[in-house]
Ligand binder design. Structure first.
Ligand SMILES: *[C@@H]1O[C@H](CO)[C@@H](O)[C@H](O)[C@H]1NC(C)=O
Ligand SMILES: *[C@@H]1O[C@H](CO)[C@@H](O)[C@H](O)[C@H]1NC(C)=O
Ligand SMILES: *[C@@H]1O[C@H](CO)[C@@H](O)[C@H](O)[C@H]1NC(C)=O
Ligand SMILES: *[C@@H]1O[C@H](CO)[C@@H](O)[C@H](O)[C@H]1NC(C)=O
Ligand SMILES: *[C@@H]1O[C@H](CO)[C@@H](O)[C@H](O)[C@H]1NC(C)=O
Length: 496
């Protein structure tokens, strides 16, 4: 479950106009923004939506807006009109319903503080019941009749402007402007006579027009309020597992340029059900990088600090400690397997079973580089001998393991995979005298390759959620590395 995409859509909602064709532009965020950012609060994840993404959201929201509006009931309209020869006739239109709204084109315009959505050439059809009665001096009785009518509304223009602001960590949408203008209406009576037809048009045309305009304007306003409550209700964290969540609190106001919107969120991993750990992370002030393919709808750029926060969080949660009692080469879990490597171990504890107790001595250090991710892992490996129900630690070797990683994106999650680059070892302490590390090194290399890396990769493979709102799924994702940032670019698809 995750928040962010939605924001986008807030970005959109409708309004009027011309047939400007807006070309997709690459969404390099301009330099001014970066300068701004220096006085801003720290944000470790930024999300930017390109023109294509904005159009996608707009179309999605317009479709949603229409289906939530129709069928739309308008208030009863009642009038008394003077009709030649008949005198004063009371006419009533009731059960006025807009059955469908057709928006052939719409576009979004981004300003400094808000988003305008404009639709033009919109048409809609209304159905209604009509009724009239009158009495004349010719026939001193009441005459009445009723029937159906349909009305075509053409050349309707809708527009609204929504302000976007960060309000206490949520995105606040405020309706700045909203309007609906109807150019033409055509009334078709089923039944009725020509006097009635003319009387209807004269008496009701303006009123139908203004009722349609007012009702739709009101509905659009209500739609924005709903979207705003949806945004306010989005959780400020996305759970990752029992220990961690990702902080998706908004920081700073959204940044709108002519062709893209960017949002900053905190983005760091935080412990669940615990007070925030106050570690200061340094945000790199490099320009956000752009996607290679500028037609991608969305880019999410993750600062190195996001990875550092995950690293220290899982380290603090004691996640990075485990006792190994099963390995592919099971002979290494008996002192006999070490007979030629550590003869004195075998001598002291002949044919005893063993455990390997591995724990990290500090959080892994993660660096994002132009070609990928490098991490250095500092670990202690304790050789335990099992004797009856006793666990006897006999030696501790400290390891410095260098790995390089790659990112895999699957759905709305990013996972990773690491490979061993190099490692070095040194003896921390020993109860069995000196060890010949050059003999131990190849054995540990194999254990790291066959036990630890598969374990780590299985965990990393489960993936971490990207900040994308529930119901939208990332498609055709690619990742772009720059020094200290990873940007994940992709298109989105509606999946719910
Ligand atoms: C009102 O209009 C709807 C659809 O336009 C129709 O289904 C319904 O029967 C009408 N009700 C009356 C009382 O005419
Ligand atoms: C309205 O009615 C006209 C004629 O019946 C039809 O061509 C048009 O598609 C309808 N428009 C909508 C939005 O239903
Ligand atoms: C944004 O649009 C405005 C008016 O449409 C224009 O004056 C300005 O130069 C544009 N800025 C960029 C960066 O394209
Ligand atoms: C989440 O981020 C916000 C904004 O940076 C910060 O104020 C808040 O303390 C963070 N929450 C946690 C649990 O870290
Ligand atoms: C593993 O070693 C750590 C110290 O590095 C120790 O605290 C922990 O109790 C050991 N675990 C087991 C199961 O021996």
């Amino acid at each position: 479950m995750a928040p962010i995409l939605l924001l986008f859509f807030l970005s959109s909602l409708l309004i009027p106009s011309g047939t400007e064709s807006l070309q997709p532009r690459p969404y390099l965020i301009q330099l001014q923004q970066i300068q701004h950012q220096q006085q801003k609060q720290q944000a470790f994840t930024s999300i930017f939506i390109s023109q294509n993404g904005i159009d996608f959201l707009k179309n999605y929201l317009v479709g949603k807006a229409i289906s939530s509006i129709v069928p739309l009931k308008l208030p009863i309209i009642e009038r008394t009109a003077k009709i030649p020869f008949l005198g004063s006739v009371r006419m009533v239109l009731s059960n006025i319903t807009i059955d469908n709204i057709n928006v052939p084109s719409s576009f979004v315009k981004l300003g400094d503080t808000g988003v305008a959505v404009i639709s033009s050439g919109t048409t809609c059809n209304l159905t209604m019941n009509w009724f009239y009665d009158y009495s004349t001096w010719v026939l001193p009785v009441d005459i009445s009749d009723s029937g159906h009518a349909s009305v075509q509304v053409e050349g309707m223009e809708l527009g609204l402007t929504v302000g976007l602001q960060n309000q206490e960590g949520s995105l606040k949408l405020s309706l700045m402007d909203c309007g609906c203008y109807v150019r033409d209406i055509f009334i078709n009576l089923e039944g009725g006579t020509s006097w009635l037809y003319q009387g209807m048009i004269d008496a009701f045309e303006d009123q139908i027009r203004s009722t349609v305009e007012n009702t739709i304007t009101k509905k659009l306003g209500e739609g924005i309020l709903k979207l705003d409550s949806f945004m306010q209700a989005l959780p400020k964290e996305i759970p990752v597992d029992d220990y961690a969540s990702i902080n998706v609190t908004f920081v700073n106001d959204p940044f709108l340029s002519n062709y893209s919107i960017a949002f900053d969120i905190n983005g760091l991993f935080a412990a669940r059900k615990k007070d925030p750990i106050s570690i200061y992370y340094h945000q790199s002030l490099q320009p956000p990088i752009s996607c290679i393919d500028s037609s991608k709808m969305l880019g999410i750029s993750l600062d190195q600090a996001v990875f550092e926060s995950a690293s220290s969080l899982y380290y603090d949660a004691n996640f990075m400690q485990w006792v190994v009692d099963k390995i592919p080469d099971q002979s290494l879990l008996n002192t006999a397997g070490w007979r030629f490597i550590i003869p004195q171990l075998y001598k002291k504890y002949p044919n005893n079973d063993m455990n390997l107790n591995v724990s990290l001595s500090s959080p892994p250090v993660i660096k994002i580089l132009e070609h990928g991710i490098d991490a250095t892992v500092y670990a202690n490996l304790i050789l335990d001998v099992l004797q009856e129900d006793q666990v006897i630690p006999v030696a501790c070797i400290s390891l410095v393991i260098g790995v390089s990683g790659s990112i895999k994106i699957s759905g709305n999650k990013f996972g990773g995979n690491v490979q061993l680059n190099d490692f070095s070892l040194s003896l921390e302490w020993s109860k069995i005298g000196r060890l010949r590390l050059y003999l131990i090194q190849p054995v540990l290399w194999t254990i790291i390759q066959t036990v630890f890396l598969p374990y780590v990769n299985a965990h990393l493979g489960q993936g971490f959620p990207l900040p994308i709102v529930h119901g939208f799924t990332l498609q055709n994702a690619e990742s772009v590395f720059s020094s200290s940032k990873i940007t994940i670019c992709g298109d989105v698809e509606v999946t719910a």
